[in-house]
Write a protein that binds this ligand. Structure first.
Ligand SMILES: N=c1c2ncn([C@@H]3O[C@H](COP(=O)(O)OP(=O)(O)OP(=O)(O)O)[C@@H](O)[C@H]3O)c2ncn1[C@@H]1O[C@H](COP(=O)(O)O)[C@@H](O)[C@H]1O
Length: 110
């Protein structure tokens, strides 16, 4: 049996929905109500938890913390009005740049 998956795009869209249409009892709704400072605090806490979990051989605990951080980053992105497309475009713009930089560095080394 294959494990159920939720794509990052699906989660982002659901978070956007929560921002437009608050849902009682929703943690996402709670974060939007609390606002930017609360979200930043959560991103800080979750980042620390990722760092701690990365030092531990328990893969499941590490995956859990990365998922928590991913969720909180997505909430922050929605709050700031940043789309997944913008991140993908930024990453794509690095592809050529990074390989040119690596090429230049390896030429300079010799
Ligand atoms: N992926 C997540 C997700 N990851 C983490 N969390 C919540 O993040 C919180 C982090 O836990 P902590 O112990 O650090 O925080 P806490 O003590 O509960 O809360 P604070 O007082 O610190 O704010 C937990 O309450 C988790 O439930 C999430 N809450 C919701 N989602 C997804 O978001 C979508 C919308 O969910 P609702 O907001 O519940 O509608 C759904 O797909 C959910 O699965």
């Amino acid at each position: 049996m294959t494990a159920a998956k939720q794509s990052i795009t699906e989660l982002y869209e659901l978070i956007k929905e929560r921002q437009i249409q608050p849902s009682p009892g929703s943690y996402t709704d709670y974060l939007f109500t609390k606002g930017l400072d609360k979200m930043l605090k959560k991103v800080g806490e979750e980042s620390t938890e990722v760092i701690v979990a990365a030092k531990n051989p328990d893969d499941a605990a590490f995956v859990l913390e990365v998922a928590d951080l991913t969720y909180h980053i997505l909430v922050l992105m929605v709050e700031r009005g940043i789309t997944l497309d913008q991140i993908e475009e930024e990453l794509a713009s690095r592809e050529g740049k990074m390989s040119r930089l690596k090429e230049r560095n390896s030429i300079n080394k010799y």
